[in-house]
Structures are given as structure tokens and as C-alpha cells.
Design a protein around this ligand. Structure first.
Ligand SMILES: CC(C)(COP(=O)(O)OP(=O)(O)OC[C@H]1O[C@@H](n2cnc3c(N)ncnc32)[C@H](O)[C@@H]1OP(=O)(O)O)[C@@H](O)C(=O)NCCC(=O)NCCS
Length: 184
């Protein structure tokens, strides 16, 4: 059964339930921060925010999200490869009835034992400042911790350092510096 069929066939997909399906995909459902009066048995056309670890993402949806946050375009074939070789891919969707819209994304690369690095964190501007970036990051961290990965790093643009600080990330812990090498 496809991801979305599983999603819509799940009758208790509300609040912050965790539903482990047969393929081991963990989905977390958040009630929309702009919604109200949530109760079990709501109609499926109600607006919901859904988190997924399904790496099978439409690259054009992702490109549109990256455009919307103002990132430079990257060749899709390289984006596809980056996703394929990522350890964790987290996407966030707004779901209204049968319509879905990609509104958030993050991925992590990892040695699968000690270290993971989070990349490409983005929330659609229409959905920013509602706690969704925090929810996306907490979900990604939870998934990495579930794999017993304890060293989680990322590279923060200067304007978002405090966003990550609020999530517990430290700048230059014990004086350690991130270093970069670029081709000439
Ligand atoms: C950075 C980004 C993911 C934050 O997502 P968001 O959904 O707006 O953030 P949230 O609403 O979950 O904010 C969580 C907390 O961080 C704070 N915060 C959000 N953006 C912040 C920023 N740029 N600087 C400092 N604090 C910020 C919020 O005030 C909130 O604080 P609180 O927990 O005390 O209430 C989002 O702004 C974005 O996609 N930006 C463009 C892409 C980008 O820069 N990505 C990061 C690349 S390193």
C-alpha cells in the first residue's frame, strides 16, 4: 500500500500519535497550529500537518520549497543522489482531504554509528513561526537518537543560529571549529 493510502486509511491519525506501519515507516501527526477543536473521528478533509520519513519525495515539490525559501537551485540529478544516500529524510506535509503540499524538509547523512549531520532544513514561508521548524527538527533528532547516534551536527546560516540554539545545538563546543575546503 502506498504511503498516502496508508496515511488516509489510518483512522487514529490525530494529535501526536506514533504509528509504526509494516514497512517500519514512522509517521507522526501533529494537529495544525491554526486548527482547533480536534477530536477523534474528524473528517479527512480537515487540515493536518504530517511528518514522514519516506525518502520517496517528488523532486519538483522539493525544488519549489527550496525556491520559496530563497535557496539557489541545484541540479536535480544531484539532489536525487543526495537524497538517495541520506541516512534520514524528513518531510512535512499540509494535508487537506486528498490534497497534500510539501511544507517542510530536512535530511541527515550519517556513518550510522556515531555521527550524523543535518542538511537542507526548510519550512515554507507561509508556515514559518508556528513551531513547525522546531517540530521537524525534534522529529529528526528523535529518529537519529533512536539509532543511537549521539553526535548530531549541522551548519547554520548566521541568521538561524539562534533557532538551532533553542533546540540545544551549541556553537563551537569546547572551541571545536567547523572547517571547510573548497576547490579553487
Ligand atoms: C529556520 C526555519 C527552519 C525555522 O522554522 P520555523 O518553523 O519558522 O521555526 P519555529 O516557528 O519552529 O521556531 C522555533 C523557535 O525558534 C525561533 N526562531 C525561528 N526562526 C528563528 C531565527 N531565524 N532566528 C532565531 N530564532 C528563530 C522561534 O521564535 C521559536 O522560538 P520559541 O521556541 O522560543 O517560541 C525557517 O525559518 C526556514 O525554513 N528558513 C529558511 C531556510 C533556512 O534558513 N534554513 C536553515 C538553513 S541552515
Amino acid at each position: 500500500m502506498s504511503f498516502w493510502k496508508r496515511l488516509f486509511s489510518n483512522s487514529d491519525a490525530f494529535s501526536t500519535d506514533h504509528n509504526k506501519n509494516l514497512e517500519g515507516e514512522l509517521l507522526t501527526y501533529y494537529t495544525a497550529s491554526r486548527g482547533s477543536g480536534q477530536s477523534p473521528g474528524r473528517p479527512v478533509n480537515e487540515r493536518r500537518i504530517v511528518l514522514s520519513t519516506d525518502p520517496d519525495i517528488d523532486l519538483y515539490d522539493l525544488e519549489e520549497l527550496c525556491d520559496r525559501v530563497g535557496w539557489a537551485r541545484r541540479p536535480l540529478r544531484k539532489v536525487r543522489k543526495a537524497i538517495r544516500y541520506s541516512f534520514l529524510v524528513v518531510s512535512m506535509w499540509e494535508v487537506r482531504g486528498k490534497r497534500r503540499r510539501l511544507i517542510g524538509f530536512a535530511r541527515a547523512t550519517s556513518d550510522r554509528a556515531f555521527n550524523a549531520t543535518i542538511w537542507d532544513v526548510a519550512i515554507d514561508p507561509d508556515f514559518q513561526n508556528q513551531g513547525l521548524g522546531k517540530a521537524l527538527m525534534k522529529y529528526a533528532i528523535e529518529k537519529l537518537r533512536a539509532e543511537d547516534i549521539s553526535n548530531i551536527t549541522l551548519f547554520a546560516d548566521p541568521q538561524v543560529v539562534n533557532f538551532y540554539r533553542r533546540l540545544g545545538f551549541m556553537v563551537d563546543p569546547e572551541g571545536i571549529k567547523g572547517m571547510f575546503w573548497y576547490p579553487d
